[in-house]
Design a protein around this ligand. Structure first.
Ligand code: ADP
Ligand code: MG
Length: 679
């Protein structure tokens, strides 16, 4: 097989499973191979029953001492069996597997592997696998890949397809030149792909990951070199002179700008009036007040006769911005439009028409804004909010679009300036490093699951006081692809735990956007008290009346992402709280999370996270999705980033060098990486 063959060429993938793979955005063999595990299941050693603790995956060697029992609950068949080792006993439970009754024999020794759960205070082994001595020996120390799933597609099915394609695909081409591989001590691509899915040991996995992370950064840096060409040179067609309306709006605001906001605004104004095209990044921690600066910039563009656009990563955020902008700008007679994915084609055409005819001054939307059909009358400024959510592809598309408008991008990524300069090499940078006055810092606590009842009491109290609450839903191991079910189950559980008058609703990524928008709007209008959600609410949402954020399974998130989530509260005058619930109270987890408890400073948190996460820690910790990397993490892999930057700087005149035949593979990759756009 070849890399760009359809996955239908893989044995065992028929029409039906092809559709399921497509859902995970896997269409070709290459896309399958680059579908990296989200974590690994590491087969440990046999341990005594005594070492069982809630949530732990335990392997025990035990003897069946009593006859197993079969009971039924509703239409559920439950097999329970009691096993003993030298000191203790434990009950294993299997659901809907009545045949276990025949498979288990009294007096026989078994090796069992399963997760320990707590049922009414008793520790049980939940649906353990039975392993033969040989199976156990073959698996100990091995790392089994675990993939993101979608309903209908099992982890085993993906493993099977993966191992077949690794065996049968020609993987010999390596786009990375041999001298670079040698200098930076990187595995061949072929070996890296095979080892990232099926590593022989942790070290091999780390090496494979390093190579693939290097690739991601390397292409990213090459793309930045390309984007840099747009910086500082271009004379702008959009002459900006007046700022009277901005001054008028500033007077109408119910607050005074912070010094940092003023400085950022001055820098933007200077750029826009300079006669050259502005390319500027505003970096400011969550809640630092970036939106109003974007409003100013757009207003100034409009005041001088141009149109402006603002692009955000989620529809929910687009709607929120639309409301904010309308409240601020309607009274100044500015016409604002929203382009939303959930609109009918007719509604969309209507908006396109209004944009083309300059009936709209400012248009707000997701990245659909840079799609082909959109034709502006005189687009003078494009703002991108939460830029760290967009990939290089979208960045490149923006630069190549339109008639070189001014660019303003905003990001809440907590990174030191030196790193920002590398990652946003094509941009000038303004930093908003002061929070608006009068904010009370969010109070934090890191707690175990036994605190949950108290947490719910606390939530009830806050709701009674007229406030609102976010709960970030737990991530259940196997069904991560089926996140919707988790959210729904959790919500119905919550209905039973909280006072019946509390209005609870939920939000998840798989919902239709119209439905998502409706929920979010109800939350903004305080028709919902408690919102159960996945991390879709992480980005940009501003509901100042929400004072509690509770995050389940917080040990599974990176600190930077937790900090972003926490940024959704503490936006108003009332005291806000963040409850980090953990399912694992090991010292490392508590230490890591306590950083969040001790600080509200995103820069500091990211630095500490980096320090505390050892080399092996990337297993099972959720990345924050910064800049759209698949494996690479700007905090954790900072050293690889430096290597990749060094390697990419050899190609400072990218296009000339890439014409050279020996780099043809590289050029092809870079082209596809940048979405076919070469600036
Ligand atoms: P972010 O930087 O995370 O995008 P926002 O722009 O959403 O933050 O601002 C958060 C909240 O702070 C908003 O409700 C906004 O109206 C308010 N705000 C912005 N600037 C100030 C200020 N200088 N003083 C007081 N409140 C402000
Ligand atoms: Mg924002």
């Amino acid at each position: 097989m070849e890399l760009n063959d359809s996955i239908r060429n893989i044995k065992g993938i028929g029409k039906k499973s092809e559709k399921l793979f497509n859902k995970l955005e896997i269409n070709t063999v290459e896309e399958l191979l680059c579908f990296y595990p989200r974590e690994y299941d590491i087969f440990g050693e046999i341990e005594p029953i005594a070492s069982a603790s809630e949530g732990k995956v335990l392997i025990v060697e035990v003897c069946l001492k009593e006859r197993p029992k079969l009971t039924t609950a509703g239409n559920l068949k439950i097999v329970k069996a009691n096993f003993k080792d030298a000191q203790k006993s434990i009950t294993a439970v299997w659901f809907n597997m009545p045949f276990m009754m025949k498979m288990l024999h009294m007096g026989t020794y078994y090796i069992l592997r399963g997760r320990v759960t707590n049922r009414n205070g008793l520790l049980e082994l939940n649906q353990p696998k039975i392993l033969s001595k040989q199976e156990y020996a073959a698996l100990t120390g091995k790392m089994q890949p675990k993939y993101h799933l979608t309903a209908g597609l099992t982890n085993n099915a993906i493993i099977k397809a993966m191992s077949l394609s690794i065996k049968e695909t020609n993987l010999n081409g390596d786009f990375l030149p041999a001298n670079i591989r040698k200098e930076f001590n990187l595995m061949a691509w072929k070996n890296a792909i095979s080892a990232i899915h099926f590593p022989k040991n942790q070290n091999e996995c780390i090496q494979a990951r390093r190579r693939l992370v290097f690739d991601e950064f390397f292409f990213f840096m090459l793309a930045i070199e390309q984007l840099k060409k747009t910086k500082h040179q271009t004379v702008s067609k959009y002459i900006i002179k007046k700022d009277e309306k901005v001054l008028e709006l500033e007077k109408l605001l119910p607050y005074k700008l912070t010094l940092a906001q003023k400085k950022a605004w001055c820098e933007i104004k200077e750029n826009m009036c300079s006669g050259k095209v502005m390319n500027r990044l505003i970096q400011g921690d969550v809640g630092s007040g970036k939106t109003i600066i974007a409003v100013f910039a757009l207003l100034m563009a409009v005041e001088n006769g141009y149109q402006g656009a603002i692009m955000v990563p989620t529809e929910v955020l687009a709607i929120q911005h639309y409301e904010t902008f309308k409240t601020l700008l309607d009274k100044l007679g500015i016409k604002i439009g929203l382009l939303s994915g959930s609109m009918t084609p007719k509604q969309k055409r209507n908006i396109y028409e209004q944009i083309k005819n300059h009936e709209l001054d400012i248009i707000i939307g997701t990245h659909t804004l840079i799609q082909e059909k959109m034709e502006f009358n005189c687009l003078g400024l494009v703002v991108t909010d939460e830029q760290h959510r967009f990939g290089v592809k979208q960045r490149a598309a923006l630069y190549s679009k339109g008639n070189e408008p001014h660019m303003l991008v905003m990001s809440a990524t907590p990174i030191p300036r030196t790193l920002a300069i590398i990652l946003y090499g094509e941009l000038d940078i303004s930093v908003i490093d002061v929070m608006p006055e009068g904010r009370l810092p969010v109070k934090n606590c890191v707690v175990g699951t036994n605190y949950r009842t108290q947490a719910y009491k606390f939530i009830e109290k806050e709701v009674l006081a007229g406030h609102q609450v976010y709960i970030i839903c737990p991530m259940v191991d196997e069904s991560e692809g089926v996140e919707a079910e988790n959210v729904i189950d959790y919500t119905s559980m919550l209905h039973q735990k909280l006072h019946s008058e509390i209005r609870i609703s939920y939000l998840h990524g798989k919902m239709k956007s119209a439905q998502k928008n409706e929920i979010m709007e109800s939350f903004v209008e305080h028709k919902i008290d408690v919102l159960v959600s996945t991390t879709v609410i992480e980005v940009g949402i501003n509901v100042p009346n929400a004072t509690v954020m509770m995050i389940e399974n917080s040990e599974r998130f990176g600190l930077a992402q937790l900090h972003q989530l926490r940024g959704r509260v503490g936006r108003g005058k009332s005291q806000s709280y963040c409850i980090f619930m953990t399912g694992n109270d090991s010292k490392e987890v508590m230490d890591r999370l306590s950083v969040l408890g001790n600080s509200n400073d995103g820069f500091y948190i990211a630095k500490q996270d980096l320090k505390m996460r050892g080399a092996g820690d990337f297993f099972g910790i959720r990345q924050s999705g910064q800049l759209d990397f698949k494996l690479a993490d700007i905090y954790q892999d900072a050293d690889v980033l430096m290597d990749a930057k060094k390697a990419a700087s050899r190609f400072d005149n990218v296009d000339i060098q890439l014409m050279c035949k020996k780099y043809s593979g590289l050029k092809e990759k870079l082209m596809s990486y940048m979405g076919g756009i070469f600036l």
